[in-house]
Design a protein around this ligand. Structure first.
Ligand code: MLT
Ligand code: MN
Length: 309
């Protein structure tokens, strides 16, 4: 058995984002029955229901733990956490900022690619994670390996693979003007997580569905996938920003080169959008956009969603 708990399902900024007054954000802020507020994307996975692997450390980590009793310290222990390991899929703020709330001398293993570890190592604020407690370990892409936490096997295996993405926003100024923002192969990754004979894929950010990714995902049983934007020019249309999805490293859902079209012939059994931006109309339960994704067999992740495989 593998347990998956969606701790957070929104893109960077959360839903509603603090400074956003788009109609979707307003609906969430005012408690509309047609939507549900969401924290920034993170999931927890466990093979035994006791020891947990956290995938990405959201800025909302503290709130997410508070809401999920399974992640509370065990009764009778003065200091304890069921979270034995954290694995990062990129060094974006919405994937790493939660590490700063995990600094209270608690042991866990921090898994990331060499590139993501290098970004953390360059930021002295992360030395707040005391190396006497937090072991930083890296892994290679395209290999299947058993993930451990605090030196114990968690009963889960991981295969990480490169996904088209972008360097973190806060690293963009380091890239020479005019050069590519895609970063290195291990800058942005996707995961196949397996346990108890079952598996699922987790890809919270993806700029393009390459032929290689298509082959990898064909016939997959469960997929969480980048649902940031409904359309590539969503922020431009709303008058919020000049940035397109392409510029941000996220494919859109509805454009001709978007997710609905890209997955039309891929036979993925269960498909769930996650990392959904505060402006995306699929967040509204009865919107035409929600109906359009449902008609193509897609769901939208919600905080608190649980899947047991
Ligand atoms: C993204 O997913 O594009 C980033 O989280 C954006 C950000 O860091 O604000
Ligand atoms: Mn993000």
């Amino acid at each position: 058995m593998m347990h998956i708990v969606v701790l957070g399902s929104a893109a960077g900024g959360g839903f509603p984002q603090w400074n956003c007054n788009a109609p979707t954000s307003q609906a969430a802020r005012h408690g509309s029955e047609k939507t549900q507020a969401r924290t920034q994307t993170s999931i927890a996975v466990s093979a035994n229901g006791v020891d947990w692997l956290l995938i990405n450390a959201s800025p909302d980590f503290r709130q997410q733990v508070q809401r999920n009793e399974r992640l509370w310290p065990e009764a009778g222990e003065l200091r304890h956490s069921p979270i034995k390991a954290v694995l990062l899929t990129s060094a974006e703020i919405d994937h790493i900022a939660g590490l700063l709330s995990m600094r209270e001398s608690q042991a866990f293993t921090l898994w990331a690619t060499p590139r993501v570890h290098a970004i953390l190592a360059e930021n002295p604020i992360f030395t707040a994670l005391n190396p006497e407690y937090v072991e930083r370990r890296d892994f290679a892409l395209d290999e299947t390996w058993p993930v451990s936490g605090c030196r114990r096997e968690l009963g889960l295996t991981i295969e990480a693979f490169s996904v088209p993405g972008k360097v973190p926003l806060f690293m963009e100024s380091r890239i020479r003007a005019g050069s590519d923002l895609a970063g290195s192969r291990d800058e942005t990754i996707g995961l196949k997580i397996s346990g108890g004979g079952k598996s699922f894929h987790f890809i919270p950010g993806c700029a393009r569905l390459t032929a290689e990714l298509r082959d990898r995902l064909r016939g997959a049983s469960l997929l969480f996938f980048d649902g940031t934007l409904w359309r590539d020019d969503e922020l431009v249309q709303l008058g919020i920003s000049s940035k397109t999805g392409h510029r941000m490293g996220h494919m859109s859902i509805s454009d001709a080169d978007g997710t609905l079209a890209a997955f039309a012939d891929l036979d993925v059994r269960r498909k769930i959008f996650i990392h959904v931006n505060t402006t995306n109309p699929i967040l509204i339960d009865d919107s035409p956009e929600r109906r359009a994704i449902q008609a193509k067999g897609w769901e939208v992740a919600e905080d608190g969603m649980e899947i047991h495989l």
